[in-house]
Design a protein around this ligand. Structure first.
Ligand code: C2E
Ligand code: CA
Ligand code: CA
Length: 502
């Protein structure tokens, strides 16, 4: 049954509309009957609640899952019953990290067992009159029964208790499984008067997003500061779509240089929003908005077109920039007409596909070993585009996948590069990555090179290319012309000194 916890006294009636919705969604006949009669007693007789969840519940997690309209109705009821008694309630959202990975590694059945176990633990830790349901594969919602004292301290204590219980190691199929829980909550006293259940859930969602971003195992409360940040994010969301269409979003370019010749081997296109009031807005602040509004494909189109226009203008200015690399997200890589579209774009600009680099995150390759993403990458490689594996070291791509996807170059993540000249462990790790790439016949580029010491050691260790603030920061198209000219002079001087001293 969806509601195994007992509801007593007036609270049972207060939750009736939600139960009706839950019954509709879940199709539980006893629940429907009870709802129709409006008698809490019927619930009791049906045996559908007021018993603790036990092992026999395992495998029936779907009956404890509710959709968003049921969740909203439940939250409305929680708010109404609290307000009518002049008491407080709270919505606590819990995101379980690690379930996706367990599904991938151990299979759906193990993950489902853990989902059930999590709900059982959640319900056992809450008080009798609180309610807990699952709202997605990895997320749970608890609504607290009306209470006099639900201040920040009380809610933090409760969240910590919940987290401790949910993070207990669990033995499933003879293996120990470790989950972590991020928690975001919103207490009703923090809401404006007249707020709806949906708004209470939305506030808890914002707090949870903040917890997840600071996780694992973080706990965050919805606060006024968060409210300000959230409304700024919302106004950004409404502006970002227009910005994409009116040309305010465009790429800046960061040079990549070859360690043996010193020449520019390419540039990476990095999206920037040139905002009339806020100034230069980095992608971290607007990519999520674009993802949420399903406009990542449009971003890719815009960045690609600006990049090809820039490449042509550099050619005309007499610069030698062999290639522009563009970041492709998983959404774009799922486009069944991707290679056709790229071929068409390159033809339109009169540029060969060799001039375009495709940057694919290692995590995308690791999670899509076959299917449309794999086919697209192979097709783009065949077309002549250069395939870069971005943030290498942060995912789990197999060596077989590197071969299958015909990757040309590993872009070693900044976390492995930083301080290599001062940290022995970093140095050893980087040398091992370079050795492996060499044996696999892959080119390498080190990202985030900030100091001369790092640059020098990378050249010495045989890393083929470097990119980072130490060489140059990302810059607009025109500025790159100036930079490249000055850089060419410096390289020529260095070569001259090298020849004289040699
Ligand atoms: P990324 O692809 O790993 O890009 C490298 C990021 O590191 C860039 O941040 C760059 O400005 C920064 N960076 C470069 N050198 C250094 C350094 O020496 N030190 C430090 N601390 N940082 C350095 P940015 O431009 O903020 O981009 C962040 C991420 O946003 C990118 O990471 C990429 O994943 C994504 N992104 C940017 N533009 C696009 C785009 O057009 N499409 C897609 N799908 N993603 C994009
Ligand atoms: Ca990149
Ligand atoms: Ca990167």
């Amino acid at each position: 049954m969806a509601l195994r916890r007992g509801l007593y006294g007036p609270q049972a009636l207060a939750f009736l509309p939600a139960i009706a919705l839950a019954a509709f969604w879940l199709g539980g006949e006893a629940l429907l009957l009870a709802t129709a009669l409006g008698l809490p007693l019927v619930f009791f007789l049906s045996g559908g609640y007021s018993r603790s969840p036990d092992a026999s519940d395992i495998g029936r997690a779907q009956v404890d899952l509710v959709n968003s309209s049921v969740a909203n109705a439940m939250a409305n009821d929680a708010l109404e019953s609290a307000q009518s008694a002049n008491l407080a309630t709270a919505c606590v959202l819990i995101e379980i990290d690690g379930l996706d990975e367990i599904t991938q590694r151990a299979g759906e059945a193990t993950a489902e067992t853990l989902r059930d176990l999590t709900l059982t633990r959640l319900r056992n830790t809450l008080r009798r009159d609180d309610r807990a349901v699952r709202v997605s594969d990895t997320r749970y919602m608890a609504l607290l029964a009306p209470s006099l004292r639900l201040d920040l301290e009380a809610l933090l204590q409760l969240s910590t208790r919940l987290q401790t219980s949910l993070e207990e190691p669990a033995s499933v199929d003879n293996s120990m499984r470790y989950l972590s829980a991020s928690i975001g909550f919103c207490g009703s006293p923090r809401l404006k008067s007249g707020a709806t259940g949906e708004q209470m859930i939305e506030a808890a969602q914002v707090a949870l997003a903040e917890a997840v971003a600071n996780g694992p195992s973080a706990i965050r409360a919805w606060s006024d500061n968060m409210r300000a940040a959230h409304s700024a994010q919302k106004s950004l969301q409404s502006e970002v779509d227009k910005a994409l269409d009116n040309g305010q979003i465009q790429p800046w370019f960061q040079p990549q240089v070859c360690t043996s010749t010193g020449n520019i081997s390419g540039v990476e296109a990095l999206a920037r929003w040139i905002h009339p009031e806020r100034g230069i807005v980095p992608p971290a602040q607007f990519l999520r908005c674009l993802e949420e509004s399903g406009r990542m494909d449009r971003l890719n189109e815009v960045i690609l077109q600006h990049s090809m226009t820039a490449l042509r203008s550099w050619d005309q200015a007499g610069l030698d920039i062999p290639r522009v690399s563009v970041n492709f997200s998983e959404v774009e890589l799922r486009d069944p007409r991707l290679s056709e579209r790229i071929q068409w774009e390159m033809d339109r600009f009169g540029l060969t596909p060799q001039r375009l680099g495709i940057e694919v995150l290692e995590t995308v390759i690791a999670s899509s070993p076959e299917g449309i993403v794999a086919r697209n990458i192979v097709e783009l490689g065949k077309l002549g585009c250069h395939i870069d594996l971005d943030d290498f070291g942060t995912g789990h791509a197999s060596i077989a996948a590197l071969r299958r996807f015909k990757v040309h170059r590993l872009k070693i993540d900044r976390s492995f590069v930083t301080r290599i000249d001062r940290d022995e462990d970093q140095h050893r790790m980087l040398a091992a990555i370079l050795g492996m790439a060499d044996r696999l016949g892959l080119e390498t580029l080190a990202e985030g090179v900030e100091s001369v010491g790092e640059h020098a050691l990378l050249s010495q260790l045989g890393c083929d290319h470097v990119q980072g603030f130490g060489i140059a920061r990302p810059m607009p198209t025109d500025q790159l012309v100036e930079w490249a000219k000055e850089y060419a002079v410096k390289i020529a001087e260095a070569q001259m000194i090298g020849r004289k001293s040699g």
